[in-house]
Every structure is written in structure tokens, then in C-alpha cells.
Design a protein around this ligand. Sequence first.
Ligand code: NAP
Ligand code: G4F
Length: 324
Amino acid sequence: MPTALITGITGQDGSYLADFLLGKGYNVVGMVRRTSTVNFHRVQHIQDKITLVPGDLGDQISLIHILEEYKPDEVYNLAAQSFVQTSWNQPVFTGDVTGLGVTRVLDAIRIVDPKIRFYQASSSEMFGKVVEVPQRETTPFYPRSPYGVAKVYGHWITINYRESYDLHATSGILFNHESPRRGLEFVTRKITYHVAQIKLGLINELSLGNLDARRDWGFAGDYVQAMWLMLQQEKPDDYVVATGETHSVEEFLTEAFGYVNLDWRDYVKQDPRFMRPAEVDLLVGDPSKAGRKLGWEPSVTFSELVKMMVKADLDMLRNGQVAM
Ligand code: NAP
Ligand code: G4F
């Protein structure tokens, strides 16, 4: 039975990847950082099937010890300070965890067992102020936030360790992917959660920032499959994972409010607090390499994704559950 280590297992992608790898018969080990309150809600349903071990991307020793003790065949580095807006408030922390943290994992692999296969969670935020449409593996980067800059570092250090030490180190350049497990601060989940609350008469307003930004939004459950496929290839490489479609925040609003027969214009207010010092206006990926080499393609459309998320938030609130 192969063993996989997932950093960031308590996050959206980590939880979907753990579900996926358990289904493939993996022994799943998840690294969790110490928090004052337990935040295992996304993996609660599989907690008896996985092993959670303490560690932190800021702490090299913990990474080395985990690799020595659990001897993974594959490491998926999904942990990061992943919220773009926060990266302006905490640029140094973001650089340390999201950027340098990648080197800490790679170097732990180099020291403990260079045969371990490594996946780095790179991001379409690296394209930032895009110089090419659609964006592909060869598109030059122009990051627009401390988060984007940190991800560029993580991407290149992954390639550097591949070339310097012959590690099976792969970088997945994933475009935005969402789900009912998405954090409440990201725009999609913020919208669907507020739509559900508005529909149930609990609130009557939603404050947002830039409604014109366009993203290539897919379903997280599809994207973790691409991560696994990348590590099953004989040679490490870089892959764009995207739907190839782009939609504005306004289109997301129209779809989400439309699902519950409401008009978003009656509820949405623009609030400068949610505007960014530098914006990424347009992202749309070209996933043809992933299609050709991995046989990967998305299975959930934009409209299905929005409905899935609104429905999940409505169900959650109707069942009296607390949003997390
Ligand atoms: P997420 O929900 O924010 O999860 C981030 C995870 O990282 C959480 O488990 C978090 O732990 C953990 N973490 C944060 N700082 C850590 C540290 N110092 N040490 C150890 N763990 C730490 O993010 P996601 O959406 O699942 O994304 C997964 C990865 O893909 C991230 O690297 C993100 O930057 C990248 N990415 C995401 C997207 C997307 O659209 N979702 C697209 C491209 C790339 P806590 O639960 O304790 O906070
Ligand atoms: O949902 P967002 O916060 O996601 P963003 O910035 O695109 O980053 C996400 O996707 C990246 C992949 O491209 C990941 F690497 C990253 O970790 C994260 O998962 O914002 C999307 C857009 C932005 O243009 C933002 O300005 O929505 C706009 N927006 C408008 N109003 C808002 C809001 N974003 C948030 N979070 N909150 C608002 O009220």
C-alpha cells in the first residue's frame, strides 16, 4: 500500500485529495499545524482512516522527522498562506510559508529520501497581470501580490530541485477551484453562503469588492485527481490545470442569486475594504497539455459548480449547522 503525505490536509484541497487517495488504497498521512482550537472539520468524515501528525512548513525539523517516521512514497505540498488579500497584510509571513516553505519540504526530501515524488501546489496567480491569453505552461509570470510572488518562488525552487538533484518534483499550476469546502473568505463561497443566508431571510446584504475580475473557476474534486495523475508520470513536469473558460464575479453573482430566484442587484454593495492594491483582472487557462499527457479533463461546469455550492450552503443552514 503506497503512503502519501499531504501538507495542508485541513484545507479544501487537502481534504478532497485525502478522500481521493483513500479511494485509491493509499495510506494517507496528513501534516497539521498546532492551532488553539481544533480545525479538522473538513477531514472529520475520514479521521479514523488517516493519520494526522503535527508539523509546520516553518519548521524544517518537523518535516524531516515526519519523512523519516512515515516514509511516504509521495508528498503533496498543499499547505500555504493561501488568501491573496491577507498576503498584503502579512507579506513576510506569506513569503516564509508559501515560498520558503517549499524549499523546506524539498530539502527534507533531498536529505531523507530523494526517491520520494513531490507535488507543489503552484497557482495561476503567478500569471497575475497576464501577458498571454489563455495562460499556458510557457506563459511568463507577472505576479501581482506578495502571495503570487511567493508562489513564483515555490514554482522555480521546485524546478531547481528537479534539475539540481534529479528529484521527481512536479508543479501543478492550478487555476481557481472551488467547492462547498472552500474557505468562507474566498469570493465564491462568500457569495454562495450569503445567498443562502439571504434566501432564508437571515441577512439582506452582501458587501464585495471588484465585480469585474474574471477567473477560470473549476471544481476542487476534479483538480485533486490531476495532482495524483501528475505524480504517476514517469518524468516530473509542469502542468496547467484549468477549465479553459473564464467568468466574472458578476456572472457568478447572477448564477448564484438566479438559482434561488433572486436578483443580486437588490442585495450587493461594493465596499472599498474588499478592493485589492493590485488586481488580477483576467485568468483563463489552457489545460490542453494536462488533457494530452495526463488524460485529465474537468467534469463539473461553471453553472453546476455554482449550484452545488449554493445548494450545500442552503442545506447546511437548514440543518442548523455552523458554517466553517
Ligand atoms: P486552504 O483551504 O487555505 O488550505 C491551506 C492549508 O495550509 C490548510 O490546511 C492550512 O492549515 C495549511 N497551512 C497554512 N499555513 C501552514 C503552515 N505554516 N504549516 C502547515 N500548514 C499550513 O487552501 P486550498 O484552497 O486547499 O489550496 C491548497 C494549495 O493550493 C495552497 O497552497 C494554495 O495556495 C494552492 N492553490 C489553490 C488554488 C485554489 O483555487 N484553491 C489554486 C491554485 C493554488 P490550517 O487549516 O491550520 O489553516
Ligand atoms: O476568491 P478570491 O479571493 O481568489 P483569488 O484571489 O483569485 O485567489 C484564489 O485563487 C488562486 C488561483 O488563481 C489561488 F492561488 C489562491 O490561493 C486562492 O485560492 O478572489 C477572486 C476575485 C479577485 O479578483 C477579487 O478581487 O474576486 C474578487 N473579489 C471581489 N470581491 C473578492 C471580493 N474576493 C474576495 N475574497 N472577497 C470579496 O469580497
